[in-house]
Design a protein around this ligand. Sequence first.
Ligand SMILES: C[S@@+](CC[C@H](N)C(=O)[O-])C[C@H]1O[C@@H](n2cnc3c(N)ncnc32)[C@H](O)[C@@H]1O
Length: 377
Amino acid sequence: MTGSQSSFPIEERYDLKLITTFVLNKKYPIYNWFYFKEGFSRDFVEYAVNLLWYEPKVVLDPFVGVGTTLLYSREKGYYSIGVDASPLMVLISKVKTRDYDAKLLKEEAQKLFKVKFRKPSLSSVSSFVKQFFNKYALEDIVFFNELINSIEDEKIRNFFKVGLICASSKVSYAYRDGSVLRVVRKNTPPFRKFFKRFVGKMIKDLEKIKFLSSEPEVRLGDARHLDFLEDSSVDAVITSPPYLNKIEYTKVYRIEYELFLRGEEPDLLRSFIGLSSIEESYEPSIPPVAKAYFKDMRLVLKEVRRVLSEGKKAVFLLAGGVFPTGVVESDLELSKIALEEGFKVERIVALNKRVATRNRVEKIGWARESAVVIRKE
Ligand SMILES: C[S@@+](CC[C@H](N)C(=O)[O-])C[C@H]1O[C@@H](n2cnc3c(N)ncnc32)[C@H](O)[C@@H]1O
């Protein structure tokens, strides 16, 4: 260990645990368009800005997910930049953070819902996808998808595409259970009506939030290589990387990729944190998956340090990993690496904790979910 810090006190604020989840976003227009189980809330971003102790001008989220950091930044007037390795996340974040001409959207919606239903062929839909929908809903979804694909204006096309993705996920039988998709049948509303209502809500939502800064830059990319950003070009990072035990969760978006983003599936092994090769040992007590994860997180921290201005801060929200050998304390591991890479670890605030078990019954400890605040020295 370099630097002079030798221990990292952990503050406990378990009363705030809800802010680490997506649930609170349900009440915020636009933030709630796509339910992202792995996302944090607008309230978390607000809390993270408080942890900085200064008002940032340019905020980066290198694991942007569904764009919550960017939306909050736009509301507060900070310029922001988002990066994600998943094309689905990039599409959703982009669509949520653009400026629109509501009149054009209304006209396009009117055109779209005027077109009479023609039964599409489902021959290109895999049996994997078919099991998650009632046949009539799936026919409607494929029908609208074809219509939307023919909209010329890219911004408008993407807006309706995201509407369709959100509406279809609400009528699908898919239940995301960790890294697996399960079929859970339920009664679903008639799709056309439901989709129309959803698009209407999206257009209304646009009027409910006032943005104070310009459109953020949202990019498909890799948090380990932020080459497009210059040194010292941002003054805050607010982010949550994939969690240690859940790094493969993009598999659960297979339905969205097959139906709406064919050919754009992310290259998991190349682009996802923790899935690349495992080489030199980091610490013998850490399982190989966690070693690979922290090796990648070191690269992320190096890049974050490079792009941050001197004295400015990054807030990482991350959770401990549970392994048969025990709990890996991600907040402390990240802090150690941050210190080695030239940061000062300012605070670790534990916001949530889950019981960690072996074989589902034997309790082996607690896995904390914490905000780690680090400052570029
Ligand atoms: C925990 S989620 C972030 C959620 C986000 N805070 C939100 O509220 O929507 C982690 C994100 O990291 C992305 N990701 C995984 N590996 C990445 C990489 N190497 N570079 C950039 N993004 C990556 C995943 O696609 C996922 O969207």
